[in-house]
Design a protein around this ligand. Sequence first.
Ligand SMILES: *[C@@H]1O[C@H](CO)[C@@H](O)[C@H](O)[C@H]1NC(C)=O
Ligand SMILES: *[C@@H]1O[C@H](CO)[C@@H](O)[C@H](O)[C@H]1NC(C)=O
Ligand SMILES: CC(=O)N[C@H]1CO[C@H](CO)[C@@H](O)[C@@H]1O
Ligand SMILES: [Fe+2]
Ligand SMILES: [Fe+2]
Length: 357
Amino acid sequence: MTPNTCSCLHRIATKLPVSIHITKLLSIFFLFFVPIFDNFEKMTILIEQPDLAGVEVEGKKMETNELVLDGGFPMPKLDAHGGGFDAPEINAFGQSFRDYNAESERQKTVEEFYRLNHINQSFDFVKKMREKYGKLDKTEMSIWECCELLNEVVDESDPDLDEPQIEHLLQTAEAIRKDYPHQDWLHLTALIHDLGKVLLLPSFGELPQWAVVGDTFPLGCAFDQSIVHHKYFKDNSDTYNSSYNTKNGVYEQGCGLENVVMSWGHDDYMYLVAKENGTTLPSAALFIVRYHSFYPLHKAGAYTHLMNEEDKENLKWLQIFNKYDLYSKSKVRVDVEKVKPYYLSLIDKYFPAKLKW
Ligand SMILES: *[C@@H]1O[C@H](CO)[C@@H](O)[C@H](O)[C@H]1NC(C)=O
Ligand SMILES: *[C@@H]1O[C@H](CO)[C@@H](O)[C@H](O)[C@H]1NC(C)=O
Ligand SMILES: CC(=O)N[C@H]1CO[C@H](CO)[C@@H](O)[C@@H]1O
Ligand SMILES: [Fe+2]
Ligand SMILES: [Fe+2]
């Protein structure tokens, strides 16, 4: 595989249209025959059903626990083994449905994604990326302009999404706003947390998927077993470097996550952008932006030995945030124009008018 065979969301998404056609047919089928084939319905709720709109379907989708991760690809949420995404469980699960839906196909795509990610994300690679993107010499634009830019990206690359990406950002933000009306910084954090995905765009270097999305993890110390598809680290050269393959590696116990090198992606990039442009968002906000894909920490509880006291406080907010970041595809629509003034006022409060990217 060359790096380019999996170079953007668009590529990953190329497998999805097939499932959508099947899905549409099945949707029609089940609209008419649901009462008769109740068991079949249970099996097929694992497929995307974009055409089966309505409250009733939303309820069913929730039951499946099918969540859409940041990368834009849906993954089944499996709670076995402490909530991590466990490869053997997924495979066993997928196999029983192989002939009926797109689930196993999708899992192969996801697994291949993590194979490349785990091979290529090394301490050395991340150092280079941080150096390169830390210059912030790509462009200048406002936060809102970036929201609109991201909109364009995902619009064409994810045929599975029937609504613009900006709505997804605003849905997350609005859901948090409803439950935490007084934490305006948290609303804005939700809006901006995925903006780093612009790294997929040609004007930002068109980084491959494995360098933009997916779960993140520390480099420079041993890869924890809780990292999804851990087995592929066997082909990561860091695994065999005695400086990097011990529990603490190049770090000291309690050194603080701020000093830990994380795998490169949209999280770390957006953190750099916000920090370097002098945002006045609180440290919990920057923590959320930087570690929202760090599932080994906030779901599996790994790497806590590297945290300091401030991290522990901030982790509480990340865990709150994360309940909203995992979103199902069917959600209430957000009227962008209606909520836009509120978010523009937050952007104005916490960011300069133009930022370097
Ligand atoms: C990423 O991994 C693949 C598979 O091992 C390899 O072919 C490719 O060269 C790697 N890309 C980079 C940038 O290291
Ligand atoms: C192994 O780790 C050291 C740091 O102690 C680093 O200088 C060296 O480049 C690493 N080797 C490889 C192959 O990454
Ligand atoms: C604090 C800081 O460096 N803010 C910068 C963010 O980016 C803009 C350029 O778009 C600079 O003018 C600010 O100084
Ligand atoms: Fe997200
Ligand atoms: Fe994200």
